[in-house]
Design a protein around this ligand. Sequence first.
Ligand SMILES: [Zn+2]
Length: 395
Amino acid sequence: MPAQGAFVLSGIGRLVTNDPELGAGVLGELADAAVVVQDGRVAWVGASSDAPAVDRLIDVGGRAVVPGFVDAHTHLVFAGERVEEFEARMAGQPWSAGGIAATVGATRAASKEELIRRVEHLGSELLSQGTTTVEVKSGYGLDVAHEVRLLEVARTVTEERTFLGAHVVPPEFAHDRDGYVRLVAGAMLEEAAPLARWVDAFCEAGAFDVEECRTVLLAGAAHGLGLRLHANQLGWSPGIQLACELGAASVDHCTHLRPADIDALASSGTVATLVPGAEFSTRSPYAPARSLLDAGVTVALATDCNPGTSYTTSMPFVIALAVRELHLSPAEALWAATAGGAASLRRNDVGRLRPGARADLVVLDAPHPAHLAYRPGVPLAWLVVKDGKVVAGSG
Ligand SMILES: [Zn+2]
């Protein structure tokens, strides 16, 4: 009996499942494969010739199929762009955390409708490139009402929402940073927590020090939020150690590391989420990804999409950067952009194509998944499926 409402993708030249029990290598690759999708989930994975009969068949003609990308670090809700700042930086001016204030001003001034329109636009941009799960942070409001508004806007594109009141100290608290930390960990968190799954802080010179971040993260944990942290982007700090000590799901950036940081990550359950788009766009040294991987650290890749330091929604671009600049193999980069992102968000229903997982996948207009890095800048998302529905693509 054919299963009702199901469809099969067949004629898959190479299928990446990210499950070593289903196929070869770390990517769990299968050749000449098929995937059966039913009720938004993967119902079956195996050889095309063994695929069960279902009502609808989509033959992908030998193309590669990979899990939908999981972008575990974005700042997608904002108004205003900072192209002049980018131009100045490319002309040699150094980057500092202060530019965030410009986006805070523009974002506070924008209407909620304008913010929704913008985030929907960026949301469809990333979906069309194959990202089917995205984390979105607040952090451009920096007072109770504006932070709450950003999390409400983020709800239009994702369930993975992060409260980042501790992004920078806003101008009105320039002479009272302790007062601002108390506000973030108190009244702001109180209002934001019901709208968020995660709490995050920017641990960096010019933003917050490690003790201020500890205060915010512990307060977030007390409200039931999972922990994430921006750390060691511009210079070394004990931020990585703090994230590992507090059992954060992810510590992000990880550019300036000492051996003890790598050891702490390797012996913790904290994922290192790397964002090479930020280094690309600030012309900064890249994170020591090879040292992390060789030490056994779980690595994720994300876009860090934001208007100041990484204005890209493209996970394929990040994969290409990770291969060229971070020295990941194409397979390691693809894993980090899918299963790695899922680990960073502590999700086991995305990032893998195995029975029971969400049917979130990308059919690439290419015979091999390594084309994501081999053909940089070329749109390869031929068909994008999210929750079992075709949501983008020309296939
Ligand atoms: Zn960030």
